[in-house]
Write a protein that binds this ligand. Structure first.
Ligand code: PLP
Length: 405
């Protein structure tokens, strides 16, 4: 049984070219980039190259605007906490109800411990941000707006360029968690009013545990991690040089594959969506295709619940994630689908450049039986019925979900 991986918003396969680029930095190129001798210099040069590779992918004006971090979570935390430090007279944060926990958990903490007022902008049933609610809470009391470029569960893209311009009118900083957007849609930061952007290596076929925070030149920044003077004093600690080199290569490859993602990957995604809607009644896709990441399909199935479908797909070697049960194993509904008032079980399929038409066809082949099983109706075809794995009953517990990713 050939495994099919359709959970690329949780994490991606590291591209073999990325691995190749990293290997020397575990062996010969072990130097500390802060060292004054040749061992340090060559590694320092490699880090500079990685900054340039990222700079090109996100359309940054200067390579020194990029600070390497331990990933998306740290970048999000660093951006928000810095804003509170540089503008201590501003005591409010604007975010959305559907951010990643890297933002929402921090905001909840700041609310409780530091009495920061948090405005969580709601979304409608299709996952779109409530713009009137957004405009209504902007004021000179807002230190920072942090709204994601694209949502990890639904793939919905938010109009961050416009949101940033509105934030500027009240003098607030604008940060965007672009972990899901970078490498999937074109980004040209220099032509926007955005001040800070977070990205993560492992969401774009790079290594885990490395990411970056882009900070526009001129934006005041207080470092989260204090210590040595690495990275212009913005992030202390000896750099994760193999990871950084891998992230740089991942960025270069993502740019090379940007057209392929917009066309071939998107058409695979559309084929999967259309195929499911055709074959299975009472299903719906969340969000407009035009306002969505090209790789993400979040599909609700009436009369199914929690992670029944991902669990049964997992038994036939297909990895996807449940959009309705969240936080690894807990049966709490996802905060994203709750915000959209989606009452049904939902499944997130997230594709990438290493997926093929055969992967999509596998899913389409097994889906009718699986959904039929969960809805308690007879299985449709003899071919599907003979599948041992599909025949076994639904199990609604213990299946791991990736919807926090
Ligand atoms: C995965 C993800 C993160 C966290 O990134 P890590 O590198 O895993 O810390 C943050 N935001 C979004 C939208 C994500 O999808």
């Amino acid at each position: 049984m050939r495994p099919v991986y359709l959970d690329n918003n949780a994490t991606t396969r590291v591209d073999p070219e990325v691995v190749q680029a990293m290997l020397p930095f575990f062996t010969d190129q072990f130097g500390n980039p802060s060292s004054a001798h040749a061992y340090g210099a060559s590694v320092g040069a490699a880090m500079k190259k990685a900054r340039r590779q990222l700079q090109v992918l996100i359309g940054a004006q200067f390579d020194d605007e990029i600070t390497f971090t331990s990933g998306g979570t740290e970048s999000d935390n660093a951006a928000i906490l810095s804003a509170l430090e540089v503008t201590p007279d501003r005591t409010e944060i604007v975010t959305s109800a559907v951010e990643h926990p890297a933002v929402l958990t921090l905001c909840g903490h700041l609310e409780q411990v530091r009495r920061i007022k948090i405005h969580r902008i709601p979304v409608d049933r299709r996952g779109r941000l409530d713009l009137d609610a957004y405009k209504a809470v902007l004021s000179p009391r807002v230190a920072i707006v942090s709204i994601m470029w694209a949502n990890n569960e639904t793939g919905m893209i938010f109009p961050v360029t416009m949101l940033a311009e509105l934030a500027k009118e009240v003098g607030a900083l604008f940060h965007t968690d672009a972990v899901q957007a970078v490498g999937k849609v074109p980004i040209d930061l220099k032509s926007t009013a955005i001040d800070m952007l977070s990205l993560s290596g492992h969401k774009l076929h790079g290594p885990k545990g490395v990411g970056a925070l882009w900070i526009r030149r001129g934006v005041q920044f207080h470092s989260l991690i204090k210590g040595g003077h690495q990275q212009y004093g913005r992030r202390a600690g000896t750099e994760n040089t193999p990871g950084i080199v891998g992230l740089g290569m991942a960025a270069e490859l993502a740019l090379k594959f940007l057209d392929d993602t917009a066309t071939r990957v998107k058409s695979l995604r559309d084929r999967l969506e259309d195929g499911i809607l055709q074959r299975i009644p009472n299903t719906s896709v969340t969000g407009d295709r035009m306002e969505r990441l090209p790789n993400t399909a979040n599909i609700s199935f009436e009369n199914t619940e929690s992670d029944g479908i991902p669990h049964l797909l997992g038994r036939v070697g297909i990895a996807c994630s449940s959009g309705s049960a969240c936080t690894s194993g807990s049966m709490e509904p996802s905060h994203v689908l709750s915000a959209m008032k989606t009452p049904h079980g939902a499944v997130r399929f997230s594709l990438a450049r290493d997926n093929s038409e055969a992967d999509v066809d596998r899913v389409l082949e097994v889906m009718p039986t699986i959904v039929g099983k969960l809805r308690g109706s007879p299985s449709p075809g003899p071919r599907e019925r003979s599948r041992e794995d599909v025949r076994s009953g639904p199990c609604l517990s213990g299946s791991r979900t990736g919807c926090n990713s």
